[in-house]
Design a protein around this ligand. Structure first.
Ligand SMILES: Cc1ncc(COP(=O)(O)O)c(C=O)c1O
Length: 371
């Protein structure tokens, strides 16, 4: 670890395997398909671990991820951001390369334009209706007329196939207790099963009901009526997830290796070389833990030091050491690890993972960023 460039990513592979196993069991126990969201890591080797024993289906957040994973043998991919006409050509190319690419929309005009584009290109797209189950980010309101009309329009479009309904309970991150997460999870399920029933009563076939976030899928007790789950963050977890209670701190698999670049003994402050472009400025669990800062500072073995990254500029991370014992021992050039608030945003800043097994770096795995 002394020879690695800083800032750099350290991936605890044993924890990754354990996290993968746990979510795999949740899917199998509930009789649902697992389609993990790979935007968390954007890494082929990690996706292979998560999909072992499952169909190999994945979810992506960019078409660059779709292309990279398609080149590496993944051929059933859901692009889980609403499609818009500026991306039709890229989506067409991916489908023409032999991949089953599922798209999603909440917009009738886009359905018409997509059908036309697919006709011209001689391809067929699988299209989900994106549903808002309470996050109010994107998606149709489940009780509205368009929640029926858009699926009917997709079903009636010659060059499209209605793939089903899909939601993401992002508001599960805004609650305070495990009981509240469970309530959001049950609501997510009930909204979707209710809408599927309504569509089926109107003779619209609904092949797949797709749900999932890490908090809701970690705590859900019954997924009756759901076909597929798409959690992503569970593979790494992070300071936010552990503070929220959907995992424990022993599950967190990704840390940032950083070097001390300044020590101010008078003010008991440290500055490290992991700033906002290494950790991201995500405030994570600040609603639950006002002193969370931008991440927990760990020693090289991964033990808590009691310190937090208190402020960030682009490449500087500032740490108020408070009473932390380790402060006296630390010198400029020493290394620390940081458990960031949001692992997906942190990983997306880097080019590769340094894979850590039994205390040694055993591999270097590529991250496919870009758009
Ligand atoms: C559409 C969609 N599905 C699934 C996920 C995965 O959720 P999580 O990161 O909580 O596991 C996300 C995350 O933002 C998402 O946007």
């Amino acid at each position: 670890m002394e020879k690695l460039k800083t800032p750099g990513l350290l991936l605890d592979i044993e924890r990754v395997r354990r996290n993968a196993e746990r979510m795999s069991e949740i899917a199998l126990r509930n009789g649902v398909r697992l389609r993990p969201h790979v935007k968390t890591h954007k890494c082929v080797e990690i996706a292979k671990i998560q999909t072992a024993g499952h169909s190999g289906a994945i979810t992506v957040s960019t078409l660059a991820e779709a292309r990279a994973f398609a080149k590496n043998g993944f051929n059933d991919i859901t692009y889980a951001v609403p499609i818009e006409r500026g991306k039709f050509d890229q989506a067409t190319e991916i489908v023409q390369s032999g991949v089953k690419l599922n798209l999603l929309t909440d917009d009738a005009e886009t359905v018409k334009a997509l059908n036309e584009a697919a006709g011209k290109a001689g391809v067929r797209f699988d299209v989900f209706l994106k549903v808002d189950c309470g996050t109010h980010r994107v998606g149709v309101e489940p009780q509205t007329a368009e929640a029926i009309e858009i699926p009917r329009l997709i079903s009636d479009s010659k060059n499209l196939h209605f793939a089903g309904i899909l939601t993401h309970a992002g508001h599960s991150y805004d609650v305070r207790t495990k009981e509240d997460i469970l309530a959001v999870a049950r609501h997510e399920r009930d909204v979707m099963v209710g809408l599927a029933d309504r569509l089926r009563s109107q003779s619209i076939e609904v092949p797949t009901v797709s749900v999932g976030s890490t908090p809701t899928m970690s705590l859900i007790d019954d997924l009756n009526g759901v076909d597929e789950i798409r959690p992503g963050n569970y593979i790494f977890c992070d300071n936010f997830q552990a503070t929220l209670g959907s995992c424990s701190f022993e599950d967190t698999a990704l840390t940032v290796l950083t070097a001390v670049i300044h020590k101010d003994a008078t003010r008991r402050r440290l500055v490290v070389d992991a700033g906002a472009i290494a950790l991201s400025k995500d405030r994570g669990p600040v609603g639950l833990d006002p002193s969370c800062g931008y991440g927990r500072v760990l020693d090289l073995e991964g033990n808590e030091t009691g310190m937090r990254v208190t402020s960030l500029s682009q490449e500087h991370g500032e740490i108020e050491a408070g009473n932390a014992d380790i402060f006296e021992r630390l010198r400029v050039g020493d290394r620390l690890r940081i458990l960031a608030n949001h692992s997906c945003l942190t990983a997306a800043q880097f080019s590769h993972y340094n894979v850590l097994e039994n205390g040694s770096i055993v591999n270097k795995w590529e991250i496919f960023s870009g758009w």
